[in-house]
Design a protein. Structure first.
Length: 751
């Protein structure tokens, strides 16, 4: 009747002097532990299993005191106390009085009969958390008595179990109405209600009604029973859709959960992102986070289910509603102070192009402000990268980027989407990046850190954590091949070379062979496979731009180095490096590359150049040969990947140079149309150009560097950019330059 999942370190110590310490002295817990020892083929006996027993704490201290004495008398031994926590039905308990929630795991201690019912009903959802042992020798000091060492050991173990329980369950969840009343009763919300009534000419009763309706639309209604049912449904769904779910970096999160408030900040490429992340956290014994979701998902039936699964519904924007903003901020503050994990998407909406979008600082600023008010624990901001071999929304994205309207989520569309169960989507990878840990030090600052700076840092860390998917590799090679077609043997070889390059750069890559990737992609009809060749239809090429863009941040710098080396062969390496450094801030702004603090960009360029030479992708002039004659096939692919990115940025400069001044929308729309025209003439339909957000990064960077001045209504150049245009004449083929200039003339935009 017991089906267990293992978390923590997951490894029971095989040392003969290990004592296994359970949290509670239940017979069933002892039997579950014994069964686990039997499964991993470790010897055990009943004397090596004990428990933190609050009713008989003296006997436990005496037992540990005897172990301390043994350790002192025999220093060659290494006695260890390994904590093992066993939880049947490990979701948080609510304060609603019903049988199911009473029998979920909670902070309360229940009698033997209740424990039996828990195992009976929830035993198939049992979590066994195994952590690293406490080594007695680390506590023993010459001037400390055995009794004091034993007391400290008990305190360490009990504190550890309390932190684990908090990390797994979170705090007890109050009745939803209680949380709402606490928010409405806060001084900040009361003040906002009064100000709203005065501003809008409402009575206090009407303003309070607005506030009540707002908080009712926001607050989650987490239900352990619903979450447990969803866990089984999601398990079925995900394993039906994906052939493999890869996970990296979760170990660090399990340890952080013991000491930090956790805020998960994943990238947003699919509606499956939050389903995947919440499910994985639950399966690995971590608190199910409350997820901030757009209120467009609060649709009949589905919205209620999501709310009971922990969804916090919020408006896309509430700049014009101060009362709503105060209510949401106060609710977020309450959740953080109570110790709940929070999850939201740092980009705001889903990326339709595959690139990470610019960080939206609004919700992040609220989080930092809320934590700053009472930072009982350090704050851990956790970047999460999610990559797919195939998106369930792929067709809808292509439709939107081709000019179709964004469809509003509704129940009918959700039911129609059940057809995805009969398709296959390859692998999905979830990688937890380097956590950004914040600790308040009042003597250093009186205000929370900048949300915009931290948001940019999180986006960069998401990029750094990216795991290359099979389709991101295939797309990068095929889309940079002439006419988007290759012999299968050649594609196989290029994929192997690209994988080696990325692995040497520290990027996680798929484990199986490129041949298998090709076969699976052909099976999913993402590529067209002939007898000896692989090709892309126009629709396939348009779809694959998304997966290529997921990987572009890893390939752009070596591609630019090769491009400059080939097109500016007559100039020296130092000149090429100077030009690369001038271009880097704009490339970084678009693709969220590392911030070039100090001479970081110079170091990155030198490192990339050295690696290109090591892999024999970049020729040395010392060989007496022109670089172009030494180009290997992979080098040509890298150049073709980098060239469109640089070309698109040149086109934006060309447009603003011709217009002299324009609104932000006019500038981006004109550049988008020109880029699409050029790409269609020399390549294939690239739907990513329909997303104006592609140009946002460069425009913002030009404003930061005072190349542009003004605001969204009116932008204009501060100085001529003739040198940039002359450089472009050397970097890009003459027909491309002529085609761009002619298009502008035809549109009546001439110099």
């Amino acid at each position: 009747m017991i089906r267990e999942r293992i978390s923590g370190s997951g490894e029971l110590s095989d040392h003969k002097d290990t004592i296994y310490v359970l949290e509670k002295p239940f017979t069933a817990d002892r039997l579950i532990l014994e069964n686990r020892l039997r499964q991993v083929k470790l010897p055990y006996d009943s004397h090596r299993i004990t428990a933190i027993n609050n009713q008989d704490i003296d006997s436990l201290r005496q037992q540990i005191e005897n172990l301390v004495s043994l350790q002192r008398n025999d220093p060659d031994r290494s006695i260890k106390l390994q904590p093992v926590m066993i939880m049947a039905g490990h979701l948080p308990n609510t304060q609603q009085a019903c049988l199911q929630t009473a029998l979920t795991e909670s902070w309360h201690t229940h009698g033997k009969f209740t424990r039996f019912l828990k195992l009976l009903l929830n035993g198939r959802s049992t979590l066994v958390r195994i952590d690293e042992p406490l080594i007695l020798n680390d506590l023993i000091k010459p001037n400390i008595s055995d009794t004091e060492v034993a007391r400290r050991a008990v305190w360490v173990l009990r504190t550890h179990f309390q932190r684990c329980r908090q990390a797994i369950l979170g705090p007890d969840l109050s009745h939803r109405r209680t949380l709402m009343d606490q928010v409405l009763a806060s001084p900040e919300v009361k003040k906002a209600i009064t100000e709203t009534a005065l501003k809008k000419g409402l009575t206090s009763t009407q303003a309070e009604k607005q506030a009540t309706e707002a908080i009712d639309a926001i607050v989650a209604d987490f239900s352990p029973s619903t979450a447990r049912i969803l866990n089984h449904l999601i398990h079925f769904l995900l394993h039906r859709l994906f052939s493999r779910i890869n996970l990296q970096g979760l170990d660090q999160i399990q340890q952080l959960a013991l000491t930090h408030n956790l805020v998960y900040l994943p990238c947003h490429r699919s509606h499956l992102d939050y389903i995947l992340l919440s499910w994985l956290l639950y399966r690995h014994g971590l608190m199910v986070p409350h997820v901030a979701a757009g209120d467009n998902l609060n649709i009949p039936v589905i919205g209620g289910i999501l709310r009971r699964g922990g969804a916090i519904f919020m408006r896309r924007s509430f700049k014009d509603d101060p009362l709503y903003a105060v209510i949401f901020r106060q609710y977020l503050t309450l959740m953080l102070h109570r110790g709940h994990s929070i999850e939201y998407f740092i980009e705001g909406g889903r990326s339709r192009s595959g690139r990470l979008l610019t960080a939206k600082a609004g919700l992040l600023k609220m989080t930092l402000d809320a934590w700053w008010q009472a930072p009982e624990k350090p704050l851990a901001l956790i970047p999460v990268s999610i990559s797919y071999d195939r998106l369930v929304e792929s067709q809808s994205y292509q439709k939107e980027l081709s000019g179709g309207a964004k469809s509003k989520e509704n129940l009918l569309d959700t039911l129609k989407s059940l057809r995805i169960l009969f398709q296959r989507y390859g692998e999905v990878s979830i990688s937890f990046g380097e956590t950004l840990k914040l600790t308040r030090e009042p003597h250093l600052s009186n205000s929370p850190p900048s949300a915009s700076i931290i948001g940019r840092e999180i986006i960069e860390r998401i990029n750094q954590a990216f795991s290359a998917s099979q389709m991101s590799l295939i797309a990068s090679i095929l889309l940079s091949a002439p006419h988007q077609q290759m012999r299968e043997a050649e594609l196989n070889a290029r994929l192997a070379e690209l994988t080696t390059w990325l692995s040497d750069s520290g990027v996680s890559t798929p484990l199986d062979s490129p041949q298998n990737w090709i076969e699976q992609a052909a099976f999913r009809e993402q590529i067209s496979r002939g007898q000896n060749a692989i090709a892309l239809t126009s629709d396939q090429a348009a779809e694959l731009t998304f997966y290529r863009n997921m990987l572009m941040h890893q390939l752009i710098l070596p591609g630019l180095i090769l491009l400059f080396s080939r097109r500016l062969a007559s100039s020296g390496t130092s000149t090429q490096t100077r030009l690369l450094r001038a271009v880097y801030p704009y490339i970084r702004a678009e693709l969220n590359l590392p911030d070039p603090k100090g001479d970081l960009d110079l170091k990155l360029i030198h490192k990339a150049r050295d690696r290109l030479k090591e892999h024999q992708l970049l020729a040395n002039k010392m060989d007496g040969l022109e670089p172009s004659t030494k180009l290997k096939p992979l080098a040509k692919h890298l150049i073709r990947l980098a060239e469109p990115v640089l070309l698109r940025q040149y086109l934006l400069i060309l447009v603003i140079t011709r217009l002299q001044q324009a609104s932000e929308i006019e500038l981006m729309e004109t550049t988008r149309e020109l880029a699409l025209h050029i790409h269609l003439h020399y390549g294939y339909a690239a739907p990513e150009y329909a997303d104006r957000r592609v140009f946002e990064g460069m425009t913002e960077q030009m404003l930061e560097e005072d190349i542009l001045t003004g605001n969204a209504e009116k932008l204009q150049l501060t100085r001529p950019l003739d040198n940039v245009l002359k450089l472009a004449d050397k970097l890009f083929p003459a027909p491309v330059i002529e085609k761009a200039n002619q298009w502008l003339v035809d549109k009546g935009i001439s110099s």
